[in-house]
Design a protein around this ligand. Structure first.
Ligand code: AMP
Length: 409
């Protein structure tokens, strides 16, 4: 994804130093992206700030630039620590910091698991000012005494929601306790579910908020519907909905990995071009699933929130929330997978709501600040009376001939 560049303001308007402007010009950044435009002026003052933005929006430079502006490049010792959920992301952050710090003698050290510790120990001896890493390996170095955070000025929690999803909360808290109280904390996250909010409340001082999640923008471009349905008839509804809507490509969101697997099993008996993706699958399998989806071979992708949220494929015409999302931020995220800025088509999103889930629907409507329209599938009774029908498997759709048409459309 390419970052969306704001045309009106330039980096000159953000009050940055000469060296920083020279470095930005060297890497070819002339105009700040929306998250940079909002986040940088707050962060360079030293204030705590949370930024809601996805990868691809220029969020890395949004916190790297303030770090480079705020640390004293003449003093040795770690002044900025960036915690990331994965090795790959840590590498990307370190690379961006290296590029933007070219005017300074500053070489960020990468502390990630799965890499030899010896080399990291040697690099730490060179007194780096910036350290980037994953929580586990950072703790390891703190315990060995090879990493000293007493002089820390800026702590960044990048992709905080993913770090918490992975279970890094205890590690993050241990690291936070080793940081000086007089520090600046910056938190970047694609979504702001309650666990991230709690982390911000506990460890940040009166943080200012910048919310430029792409999905919020996308939400206005997506037609949103809900379908009421008996839990036992969800699969039938899904099949009927697909026949009626005939999506170019669709993502069907489930709440759990098991739920996604079960739906995949059932649906692939009925339809071709169905795949599933979730966090329990090996990376290699996930890569293959994504390749098939991007190429259009897979028309229907069943996904969980953690994995589904990063999917950026322009031909997605429909999002189907087979299970209502646990947090309304996830809803915004899910529907943001369609109606992309880069595609001129607007998308359609459908949320299945059972009788017990009325309150969830209201929460979603409050979050997106609009009422969803009820959608009815022609001739489909969402609440077929469940009089004794011992020989009928309620989970299996009956319209096999029609179903076969779906992938020909
Ligand atoms: P990120 O969201 O940090 O992963 O950045 C996404 C991509 O946008 C990266 O390839 C950056 O190099 C690029 N980028 C970040 N800021 C700018 C900018 N102001 N102008 C042009 N490209 C940018």
């Amino acid at each position: 994804m390419t970052a969306q560049v704001e045309e009106t303001k330039t980096f000159n308007d953000l009050g940055l130093g000469e060296q920083m402007l020279a470095a930005l010009s060297d890497v070819g950044y002339t105009h700040p992206t929306p998250i940079q435009r909002e986040f940088i002026p707050i962060a360079v003052t030293g204030a705590d700030c949370t930024g809601q933005a996805q990868t691809g929006t220029g969020k890395t430079a949004a916190f790297v630039i303030p770090i480079l502006e705020r640390i004293n490049h003449r003093l040795p010792g770690v002044q900025a620590l960036v915690l990331c959920p994965t090795r790959e992301l840590s590498e990307q952050v370190a690379a961006e910091a290296r590029r933007l710090a070219a005017q300074h003698d500053c070489n960020p050290v990468l502390l990630v698991g799965g890499r030899p510790i010896r080399r990291q120990l040697t690099e730490l001896e060179s007194n780096p000012t910036i350290v980037v890493g994953t929580p586990g390996r950072v703790i390891d170095h703190l315990q060995r005494g090879s990493l000293d955070l007493r002089g820390l000025k800026v702590l960044v929690l990048d992709e905080a929601d993913r770090m918490l999803d992975i279970g890094f909360r205890p590690d993050i808290e241990r690291i936070l306790r080793r940081c000086p109280n007089e520090r600046q904390t910056l938190l970047l996250s694609a979504t702001m579910p309650p666990p991230v909010e709690r982390l911000a409340k506990r460890y940040m001082q009166d943080p200012q908020r910048v919310d430029l999640s792409q999905a919020n923008v996308a939400a206005d471009r997506v037609e949103q519907f809900y379908c009421t349905v008996d839990p036992d008839r969800k699969l039938n509804l899904l099949v009927r909905l697909l026949l009626q809507e005939r999506p170019t490509q669709a993502i069907v969101f489930c709440r759990t990995k098991r739920g996604a697997d079960r739906l995949h099993q059932r649906l692939s008996k009925k339809l071709k071009g169905v795949d599933a993706i979730h966090g329990d699958l090996q990376q290699r399998v996930r890569d293959n699933v994504m390749r098939r989806f991007r190429s259009g071979k897979t028309r229907l992708l069943i996904a969980t929130d953690v994995v589904g949220r990063g999917i950026d494929v322009t031909s997605i015409s429909h999002i189907i929330n087979y299970d209502v999302p646990e947090y309304s931020d996830d809803y915004v995220h899910r529907i943001g997978r369609t109606g992309r800025i880069s595609s001129d088509k607007s998308g359609r999103a459908f949320t299945f709501i059972t009788t017990e889930e009325g309150a969830e629907l209201t929460r979603i409507e409050m979050r997106v600040n609009q009422l969803l329209s009820e959608y009815k599938v022609d001739g489909f009774d969402a609440y077929e009376p469940r009089a004794p029908r011992p020989h009928v498997d309620d989970e299996q759709p009956h319209e096999t001939e029609e179903v076969a048409e779906f992938h020909v459309a």
